[in-house]
Design a protein around this ligand. Structure first.
Ligand SMILES: [Zn+2]
Length: 318
């Protein structure tokens, strides 16, 4: 599977219309019923259905009578755990819903890689810490793409992330999906996030209202319910377009204090724009590019993010 296909991993079935008013509300619907679903737009292509991903998350959430699982064990939940690890790049299966419920050697190897990536004790078992980490909300972009990762497991050294935009291009145009009808507050937040990344690269980001003519397209879409996948980015190398999707079913917070389970829009945007700039995930918890949503809000680039972005971009050429 090519890099393009892998990064364009997740299918969005519906698109929501959001009416966001940050002046009166710190979090915004669909909780209050303002989301209008419609068919997936063509520019958000993928191979996986959001219904299917919801099913996996729900199954994992329902695995509440936790017990540690090890090599040779057989449990129904194992087939779903394999699906989960496959989505995020830890197994190399191209077929979905075809996993056995046995704890196999392949699965053990995937668990070990996952534990290394998330700084967990490397037990090779599906233990409590691993289960807790897997149940956290996270980014939809895989941790391992084409056997390549920038996380701790370092499965390959050939971290050749290639830009999706035309060579030599110094300015990228971005737009929010007009169907979402986002407020000025959200647009300003997008602006700030792009500016912050622009300062550490040789690229300039400019907003446009011409959605179809933009290089980076941002949309809130109904994805997999609250929790689970909060958003992600998908590359279409043939069109030279990067799509950023944000799950409209999250309880988003726009520059405010968040409650348990809320998701901070500024943090998620900082993270996904890192993907727009072809950064992969980091194992450093403090880094913006850490794939799991933690309670602490992270909106500033830390040393680890800067070190990695500087490997790709020559900021001195600005
Ligand atoms: Zn990510």
């Amino acid at each position: 599977m090519g890099l393009s296909a892998q990064r364009s991993f997740l299918l969005i079935l519906t698109l929501s219309s959001l009416f966001v008013d940050v002046s009166v509300s710190r979090s915004f619907p669909p909780a209050v019923g303002l989301a209008i679903a419609r068919q997936i737009p063509l520019w958000l292509r993928s191979i996986r259905s959001s219904k299917w991903i919801s099913r996996i998350w729900n199954k994992l959430k329902s695995f509440i009578t936790f017990k540690e699982l090890k090599l040779g064990d057989r449990e129904e939940v194992l087939s779903y755990l394999k699906e989960y690890l496959n989505i995020f790049g830890y197994l190399n299966s191209t077929s979905q819903s075809n996993f056995s419920d046995y704890f196999t050697l392949d699965f053990q190897s995937a668990i070990i890689t996952y534990q290394k990536n998330f700084n967990l004790n490397v037990t090779g078992n599906f233990d409590r810490n691993t289960s807790n980490m897997i149940s956290q909300p996270r980014c939809g972009v895989p941790d391992i793409i084409n056997d390549t990762t920038t996380m701790n497991s370092g499965v390959s050294n050939t971290t050749t992330f290639k830009p999706w935009w035309k060579e030599g291009k110094k300015e990228l145009i971005y737009a929010a999906d007009p169907e979402n009808n986002v407020t000025n507050g959200v647009r300003l937040l997008f602006r700030d996030v792009f500016d912050r990344w622009s300062k550490v690269t040789s690229l300039k980001f400019t907003e446009t209202t011409s959605f179809n003519g933009s290089d980076v397209r941002i949309a809130f879409v109904a994805f997999d319910g609250r929790g689970g996948t909060v958003g992600g980015a998908a590359t279409d190398y043939s069109l030279g377009v990067e799509s950023v999707y944000l799950d409209s079913e999250e309880e988003w917070v726009v520059r405010g204090e968040s409650d348990e389970g809320d998701v901070d829009l500024e943090f998620v945007m900082m993270h996904v724009v890192g993907h727009v700039l072809v950064l992969g995930h980091s194992s450093v918890e403090e880094a913006v590019m850490y794939p799991v949503v933690l309670k602490e809000k992270k909106t500033e680039l830390v040393f680890n993010d800067l070190q990695r972005i500087h490997q790709i971009y020559d900021v001195t050429s600005k």
